[in-house]
Design a protein around this ligand. Sequence first.
Ligand code: DGI
Ligand code: FE
Ligand code: FE
Length: 194
Amino acid sequence: MNSKILSIREDLASRLKPGRYEHSLSVSFTCMALAMKYGFDLDRAELAGILHDCAKCYDNTAIIEKCRKYGLELTEGELQAPSVIHAKLGAFLAEHRYGVTDPEILSAIACHTTGKPEMSLLDKILYIADYIEPRRNKVEALPEIRRLAFEDLDEALFQIMEGTLHYLESSGSYTDTMTQKAYHYYKKKKEESK
Ligand code: DGI
Ligand code: FE
Ligand code: FE
């Protein structure tokens, strides 16, 4: 086992609410399961998963304050959809509080909420694991998407992006530019591959 992982877990268990910590553990194991299927390093997948929501120990106001304090620039869209910002601060904390230097892990944490065009394998694994982890139960299509995640990673990615966008639109939430860019990129890719 990666020696860092136990001390990171201990720290997160003391900072996150129990449900959020449980979700983080569940995402880390789901990341490892997807890494087994698609051939990615298990320790790196686990680390991305356990840390992905590390900024969620703060509320959105505190998250924005911390971004200002650490010089992390926020776009107008992010300020209008503040629930996406924990991903950016999370990547910063992963590096500066937890000592992660692996750029692929930091990238996966930074884009785990919105996705982005041209995602790496680890970016996709974390984005999908966050959505399908066994403790999640809010989305009706989850059983089908869980099965799909282990059959066709890109199709699962697309369906999750589409479902998230529909959900945000139907609930009247502002959708961040990156959420839209990511969706349109993968929609075009899917159409071109037909
Ligand atoms: O942190 P989690 O709850 O595990 O999940 P997450 O990081 O995927 O997303 C956190 C929330 O952000 C979730 O309720 C969906 C929402 N979200 C994702 N993209 C956007 C968004 N909210 C708005 N307003 N706009 C977006 O583009
Ligand atoms: Fe998150
Ligand atoms: Fe999460």
